[in-house]
Design a binder for this molecule. Structure first.
Ligand SMILES: NC(=O)c1ccc[n+]([C@@H]2O[C@H](COP(=O)([O-])OP(=O)(O)OC[C@H]3O[C@@H](n4cnc5c(N)ncnc54)[C@H](OP(=O)(O)O)[C@@H]3O)[C@@H](O)[C@H]2O)c1
Length: 203
């Protein structure tokens, strides 16, 4: 049993791809690999309470989350105890511009159209060392393609959609992963933690 209360099975540890900053994807997926039926589908309509608790814990530990405006609109408010970044070309109500914000505060919303690398650099400059990539497909895609992602935490939910939004929405070539940990959240839910292999190992 780990200190977070979840039973884990862990393989040996290695250094993450970006050892000074942990930029990780966190998502719930159906057994057939979808993250939602469409862009306005609220995740909590089909994901488990256990996954919600797991997401809350992991993203609060990270301190900063980023989500696309479609995902933000399905939730409609800032998540507490986390700095909320919203990827958007226009400012959601009550948000501030990440580029001009002096200080990043938990429970506040900052919108941005900066690249994944620029966002990571901005966060590092402000003393943060972790970012939870919180969807949807377009945001997972951009961060994965950017090379900034070091880990993926995927909760497999016991449901099938047959069609819908995939975790990624475009070709990513072939990105090699290593399965580092499996966490049974409940008898029905399993979390898989993958580490993205280093540049040298991708070749
Ligand atoms: N299962 C899960 O764990 C999980 C997690 C999260 C989301 N989801 C699901 O994912 C779906 C939404 O995904 P989605 O791919 O349709 O949308 P999304 O990624 O949430 O949002 C896309 C929007 O974000 C903005 N955006 C994206 N990249 C940007 C950039 N580089 N610069 C500026 N703005 C940018 C654009 O909005 P503007 O027009 O505002 O500029 C774009 O239309 C929903 O069904 C949601 O429930 C599932």
């Amino acid at each position: 049993m780990s200190e977070n209360g979840f039973t884990t099975s862990t393989t040996s540890t290695t250094t993450p791809t970006n050892s000074s900053f942990n930029c990780f994807i966190i998502a719930a997926i159906t057994a057939d690999g979808f993250i939602g039926k469409d862009s306005s589908h609220l995740s909590t309509k089909w994901t488990s309470q256990d996954d919600a608790a797991f997401y809350r814990q992991k993203s609060t530990e990270a301190g900063v989350i980023i989500m696309g405006s479609n995902t933000f609109n399905t939730i409609g408010k800032a998540l507490p105890k986390r700095v909320n970044l919203v990827y958007s070309r226009q400012a959601p109500a009550g948000s501030k511009n990440l580029e001009t914000a002096d200080k990043l505060e938990t429970g506040e919303i900052y919108y941005t159209a900066l690249s994944p690398r620029e966002i990571r650099e901005k966060l590092q400059a402000k003393g943060f060392n972790s970012l939870a990539i919180s969807g949807g497909a377009s945001v997972y895609q951009q961060f994965m393609a950017s090379g900034e992602v070091s880990e993926l935490w995927l909760t497999i939910e016991p449901v099938i959609f047959g069609d819908g939004l995939r975790l990624f929405n475009s070709d990513l070539g072939q990105i090699k992963l290593e399965l580092r940990e499996t966490i049974p959240l409940s008898p029905q839910n399993l979390v898989l933690r993958y580490q993205v292999k280093s540049q040298a190992e991708q070749a």
